[in-house]
Ligand binder design. Sequence first.
Ligand SMILES: CC(=O)N[C@H]1[C@@H](OP(=O)(O)OP(=O)(O)OC[C@H]2O[C@@H](n3ccc(=O)[nH]c3=O)[C@H](O)[C@@H]2O)O[C@H](CO)[C@H](O)[C@@H]1O
Ligand SMILES: [Mn+2]
Length: 348
Amino acid sequence: MDPREFCRKSAKVSLCSILLCAVLLGFYSQLTHRVVLRQMQLEKKESSEGDCHLDTCRIPEVPRLLYPKAQLLKPTRVDVLVMTPWFAPIIWDGTFDSAILDAQFRNITIGLTVFAIKKYVVFLKLFLETAEKHFMVGHKVNYYVFTDQPAAVPQIPLQEGRQVVVLEVRNYKRWQDISMHRMEMISNFSQRRFLREVHYLVCLDVDMKFSDHVGVEILAPLFGTLHPGFYAGDRQSFTYERRPLSQAYIPRDEGDFYYAGGFFGGSVPEVYRLTVACHQAMMADQANGIEAVWHDESHLNRYLLHHKPSKVLSPEYLWDEQMLQRPPLLRKLRYVAVPKNHAEIRNR
Ligand SMILES: CC(=O)N[C@H]1[C@@H](OP(=O)(O)OP(=O)(O)OC[C@H]2O[C@@H](n3ccc(=O)[nH]c3=O)[C@H](O)[C@@H]2O)O[C@H](CO)[C@H](O)[C@@H]1O
Ligand SMILES: [Mn+2]
C-alpha cells in the first residue's frame, strides 16, 4: 500500500475509535448517573419514611422543662438547716419543686407498709382515705396492710395504679411487741415480695392521718424523719437508749438527730438491711433480758447513727397537734397524729 494511503486509512480508523469511545463513555456516564440518582431517591424515601411515618417531616418533639429557676444567691430557706453535715438534704416546704421531682420519679412504684393489729384496725379508714388525697398522688402505690383481721380492712375507693394488699400476720399480747415485731415482718416480706413488687418502701404508723402533700421528694436510698418532740433539742435531751447493755445504746456525746419510729424508708434493699439489723438487735436484747427504752424507735436511732440516711424529713412529715405548739417555721403539717386513748386502745 502507498504509505500516504496507509496514513489516511489509519487516521480514519483512529477517528472512528475515538468517536465510538466518546459515545460509549457518554452512555455509561448517563447510566451510572441515573443509577446513583435512583439510589439517592430510594435512600431519601426510606429515611423520610423512617423519621416520620405519620405525617410530613416534623421537628422532633422535646418535652418542655418549665419551672422557676433556682437562684443561687437567694436561698429558699434561711430559718432552718436544709443539709446535714454528711450532705443529705433535709426536706422542708420551699426546698423542692414537685414539677422536677415528679418527672424524675415517674414510672416507679412505692410500697407503703402499715400495721393494724388488734384494736388499731379502727385507724385504717382515715389513714387510707387521707393517703389517697395526699400520698404520692399521680404515682403507683401498693398499700401493704399487715393485720391479724383481714376482714376488718375497709374498702376504700382508690385512684388508678394503686392497690391495697392485705398481709395476714400474727398478733402479740403486748403493744410494745407488736410495734417491735414490725421490723421482723417488714424484713420477711421484703425478701418474699417487696423486692419484686416495688422500688421504694415507706414504713408508717397507722394512728395518723395525711393532711398535706407527701410526695416523691421524700424518696432516697435511706431516709428518716425528725421526731417532732426533739427537732430543736440537743443530744442530752434525746431519749436514746442510754444503757450500754442494750444493742440500741448511744453514748451521751454521740448522735445527730432523734428520729421517729413512725416514718422511715428507702429502697427495698436498704429497708431490708435496716429491718434485719434492728430485729436482730432486739432479739439480742431479749436474750440479755433488756428492752430498749423506746423499743423499735431506739434501735432505729442507733442504726441511723451508724448508717447515715441519704435524706432527712423535717417534722412537717410527722407532727402531733395535741402535744405540740406549731412553730412558724413549720409551714405545712403533712402527716399528723390522730388522738388516741392509750389505755383504751393498747393491750386489749
Ligand atoms: C409516731 C411515732 O414515731 N411513733 C413511734 C412511737 O410510739 P406511738 O405511741 O406512736 O406507738 P403506737 O401505739 O402508734 O404503736 C406503733 C404502731 O404499731 C402498730 N400497733 C401497735 C399496737 C397495737 O396494738 N396494734 C398495732 O397495730 C400500729 O401500726 C402503731 O401505729 O414509739 C413506738 C415505739 O415505742 C414506735 O416506734 C412508733 O413508731
Ligand atoms: Mn403511733
